[in-house]
Design a protein around this ligand. Structure first.
Ligand code: GDD
Length: 296
């Protein structure tokens, strides 16, 4: 059985949940994950994104009866932690690999670093099977509309259908290594299938700017992004992560992982999906466009 966490629970509830479920694998994907909100809700971010990892590991340790140092319980579940490329922040080198030093640029990034080191510490202290996937940005048609890829795919579709005239964006110069979420989930399961627990960088190794993303999405519906994208300084972040680009050599060599979907295919998939979504009057009625008015 697999337990996929996403909620903020207190310690005893987590112990109860793990004891009840008796999972073989635990995927800790729970986080306050939208970076700009982490400045406005910094302590909540530390609680959920950082302390949540410690509480999950404690629940596993308690249920597995691991009390001393390096005494791996026979029935302990394997634990996956969703670490993030945001930990590299103001990057010390490009591309970034498992040994690149961290320099987080937001309360979110700092909380992820805490979670990352906590996993490493539990592995080394208790011999627990706990790994961190240092995942670069991963997207899909069900990505939240606040994240830039989905915002742009929805924006291009809405403009094409005559529902909106413009799309507001912040920093067009930021570069990200964007991949398809389905490929990255495959990487997560591969990590827990190895004989020895270890940490892995997962990304495509190719970076694109937000400007290129907008250009591609609007071109896919036959439009020129420059006619519709408006820059809004209110969307700039207090401290930006300018460039993230993965070196996924270790994942390729040890896990046999490589992405199946390219950036271009993924953006086309997302724009097509949003065209379909916004063309359906019943689904459009769910207020998505209205909801997005603030973000746009
Ligand atoms: N969201 C957003 N981002 C914008 C906008 N305009 C420009 N950007 C830029 O687009 C980049 C990507 O922003 P997001 O899509 O919000 O993702 P993120 O901050 O890189 O974080 C995502 O990826 C991380 C993995 O590296 C995840 O850890 C994190 O939870 C999140 O999924 C950032 O540099 C941001 O400044 C905008 O209107 N909205």
């Amino acid at each position: 059985m697999r337990l996929i966490s996403g909620d903020l629970m207190d310690q005893s509830s987590l112990v109860f949940a793990v004891a009840q479920a008796q999972p073989d694998e635990i995927y800790n994907l729970g986080a306050l994950s939208y970076v700009p909100v982490s400045w406005r809700q910094s302590t909540t971010t530390a609680e959920i994104t950082g302390m949540g990892v410690l509480r999950m590991l404690e629940a596993v340790r308690i249920v597995a009866g691991i009390t001393g140092s390096r005494t791996p319980g026979a029935n302990q579940p394997r634990f996956y932690q969703a670490s993030s490329s945001e930990m590299f922040g103001k990057v010390r080198e490009t591309p970034q690999n498992e040994l690149t030093p961290f320099h987080p640029r937001s309360p979110y990034g700092a909380a992820k670093v805490f979670g990352h080191y906590t996993v490493q510490n539990y592995r080394e202290s208790y011999g627990m099977y706990a790994v961190s996937g240092m995942l670069f940005n991963h997207e899909s048609p069900i990505r939240g509309p606040e994240f830039v890829t989905r915002k742009v795919s929805l924006g291009a579709a809405a403009v094409k259908l005559g529902l909106r005239k413009t799309l507001r964006l912040g920093n067009l110069e930021a570069d990200r290594d964007w991949g398809f979420a389905g490929d990255y989930v495959r990487g997560m399961t591969l990590m827990l299938a190895q004989d020895e627990p270890d940490d892995y960088v997962v990304g495509t190794g190719i970076a694109h700017s937000v400007r290129e993303l907008a250009e591609l999405a609007f071109a896919h519906v036959g439009l020129d992004w420059r006619d519709h994208v408006v820059i809004d300084d209110a969307l700039l972040r207090p401290a930006e992560v300018d460039l993230l680009c993965a070196d996924p050599t270790k994942a390729r060599q040890k896990l046999g992982w490589k992405p199946a979907v390219s950036f271009e295919e993924m953006i086309a998939m997302m724009v097509d999906s949003d065209l379909e979504l916004l063309s359906d009057p019943r689904r459009r009625g769910d207020g998505l466009i209205r909801e997005l008015a603030d973000l746009w």
